[in-house]
Ligand binder design. Sequence first.
Ligand SMILES: Cc1ncc(COP(=O)(O)O)c(C=O)c1O
Length: 377
Amino acid sequence: MKNFEVYKLWPVELAKGLGAKLWDKDGKEYLDMYGGHAVISIGHSHPGYVSAIADQLSKLGFYSNSVINSLQSELASKMGEISGYQDYSLFMCNSGAEANENAIKLASFQTGKSRLLAFKGAFHGRTSGVVAATDNKAIRAPYNRTSKVTFIPLNDISAAERELAKGDYAAVIIEGIQGVAGIIMPHDKFLTDLRRLCDKHKVILILDEIQSGCGRTGRYFAHQFSGIRPDMITVAKGIANGFPVGAVFISPKIGAVAGMLGTTFGGNHLACAAALAVIDVMEREELMKNATIIGDYIAENIGNSVSVAEVRGRGLMLGIELKEGYEKIKERLLFQKFVFTGSAGSNVIRILPPLNLTIKEADIFISAFKELEKEIQ
Ligand SMILES: Cc1ncc(COP(=O)(O)O)c(C=O)c1O
């Protein structure tokens, strides 16, 4: 049997990682400004994380959700504290798409409706329910079930008002910051107005913080800059630094009852140990503060470059939009300077590194970027 191909591959086989450094199988060193797609929050092979997982595995790696697992309540309590959502409940699953699927299911249960309002450029996952809420032709094709989702432009509150007034919506789903679209930010005022509209029309507000959450922007969630409180928040990626965990934060106003949601693997002992270790490191090493300092430093030093049209984002979730003619910088960062970055289209470089990136590592990236810019000029 051969592997089913998912993405176009970079010709690199990685063998080792430490902090924001990676090594391929021949020992070549790389700088990780991509975090394996916003997943690596506390750095590769963090010793505290490795020992917490190894310790848990030596005791009990897995048992099903049919027995008491006090690690789940410990995690819910710690997650509530670090995020400021102590009064919500935490449903654990295995991925971002699964978190969104469950949130949508709860919204439809709560309202008795099924239509979703989503935003142009949105990405919410690839499974059959959420791919319909993903506004990206390449990802949807050849899947085309559009019937229950309406897309409106981000930050267009009049369009939201027009749609929600129709009365058949279960939920609005919105990313904390749009990632795949190229680091596009919902305005704080737009989020507060959207919250008000959802209350007015009794529609559930789901914040997809799968890419933008878990401290990446300098706050635990990107929407917290606006001060709103969504009805549900979905997380994955950085929550467990690479151990596959997804989760839904569920507001007490959602009438979810025991037995409505379930999963075999979600919330298992190893998954909880991994997520607990991430919170522990984030707090001890003040990684949200670091994300703000280093993110601002990169934005400041890259923002005025001749090749850059705009730098968008917050903390260590940045999009560097390149001017026409400079698109080659992205590829050359990897093949010439051995720096991993993400992309969005051909002209946006996405910066999603581990949150413990140092100033020295940020400087390596900035110098590499400026050298390539000069070469291309
Ligand atoms: C905003 C957002 N939502 C949902 C997902 C889907 O997550 P997963 O790939 O874990 O299913 C992603 C993944 O990139 C994402 O960025």
